[in-house]
Design a binder for this molecule. Structure first.
Ligand SMILES: *Cc1c(COP(=O)(O)O)cnc(C)c1O
Length: 370
């Protein structure tokens, strides 16, 4: 997608915030526990390779991604650390993965057999076995199946059984019953494992922040690195998470809208009196959702309502008084002591900040600071 570099709208990514969040978490980990930074989905919208660079400096020793292409992007950018693809990859790419030293997630013995048929001489594929302890997404469901897969791996030189992991669905909640159920199933799985592979990992951000006794010897640190509380607001993180992402633009058109005149598609907003209105060059094609009609932005530390429907590329706000074209507007982030968080945006859209962050499209220019 074309990046909008000739308009004032931009995502500003504070690399020092990402550094802070990762370094703080690293300092809480027991000696020998590695931190793999999760950079899937363009680094949760913050930029895949840029985040990886900062994470590396902050102490991350590996990366997790969702799909093979993201892993290849890291390799093309020159990252040599371990990279794990967390999703299921078509086994026909086993050789491509092996030749790029990219580790695959395995959830079934049939996958291993299929991948084996694609691996060419001398290529060894690193695999991490996924265990489904209650997420219900991917992974082995029974300890017996795990036992068979481990036996199979032991006979094959084409694989390096490098890791084993699970994923929790409720590590971010006050109620820990379901988390405990998953822990019990995890223990039942681990009991059939004759030897432990190099990486044993169960922790996403929430698990590592609030259940760190469970951390194996590697954590898959995701959303918290970007300064976002994985629980929304239900639990308080053990240290201050600094949000890394802001969204800023400038007014491109300002007018006085006469009383009784309407704004945007469907004419859903009508001025009750003469009002000053600014048009901003951002819309739902940038991932700024159409549902945000009625929400607000910040101008000079004051909240201004988004009036009328958010268009594909533009939206309108009501001003307290006239402002000149070019006036700065904050859609996410801080402005003169006030702030709008991704959590605020997500709450208004009835979703989670993860979805808002990774929903910002490639059209938005990303500017890296600090
Ligand atoms: C996305 C993902 C993570 C990271 O989760 P956060 O909540 O962002 O920390 C960890 N593990 C798996 C399997 C994932 O899919």
């Amino acid at each position: 997608m074309t990046i909008g570099i000739h308009r004032p709208t931009q995502l500003i990514i504070d690399q020092s915030a990402i550094y802070h969040n990762i370094a703080k978490e690293k300092s809480r980990l027991k000696p020998g526990v590695e931190l793999f930074q999760v950079v899937k989905a363009n680094g949760y919208g913050h930029g895949l390779t840029q985040v990886a660079r900062t994470a590396e400096k902050a102490g991350a020793t590996g990366f997790c991604v969702a799909i093979l292409d993201e892993a290849l992007t890291l390799r093309e950018a020159g990252f040599n650390q371990p990279v794990l693809v967390l999703g299921i990859t078509d086994p026909k790419y086993a050789d491509l993965m092996a030749s790029n030293h990219i580790a695959a997630t395995v959830g079934a013995i049939d996958w291993l057999k299929a991948a084996d048929s694609y691996l060419t001489d001398n290529h060894q594929l690193a695999v991490h076995i996924a265990l489904d302890t209650g997420m219900g997404r991917i992974g082995f469901q029974h300890p017996e199946e795990l036992g068979k897969a481990v036996q199979y791996l032991a006979q094959k030189n084409s694989f390096n059984f490098e890791g084993i992991f699970t994923h929790f669905s409720k590590a971010d909640a006050v109620d820990t019953d379901y988390f405990q159920l998953q822990i019990n199933r995890w223990k039942a799985f681990m009991a059939v494992l004759p030897t432990r592979p190099k990486y044993v990992h169960v922790s996403n951000s929430a698990t590592s922040l609030w259940h760190d006794v469970c951390n194996g010897n590697m954590i898959r640190f995701g959303v918290a690195a970007y300064g976002l509380n994985p629980s929304g607001g239900e639990l308080t993180p053990p240290f201050t998470l600094k949000p890394a992402m802001s969204l800023k633009t400038e007014m491109v058109f300002v007018k006085e809208l006469p009383k009784g005149y309407s704004v945007s598609y469907g004419a859903t907003y009508t001025a009750k009196e003469d009002e000053w209105v600014a048009t901003l060059p951002i819309g739902y094609a940038d991932g700024y959702e159409r549902r945000l009609q009625g929400f607000h932005v910040l101008v000079n530390g004051e909240f201004c309502e988004i009036i009328g429907r958010v268009c594909m590329d533009q939206l309108m706000i009501r001003l307290p008084h006239e402002y000149p074209v070019g006036t700065a507007v904050t859609l996410v982030g801080e402005d003169h002591g006030q702030s709008i968080s991704l959590q605020d945006v997500a709450d208004y859209c009835d979703t989670i900040h993860y979805e808002i962050a990774c929903g910002f499209t490639q059209r938005l220019k990303r500017t890296y600071i600090n």
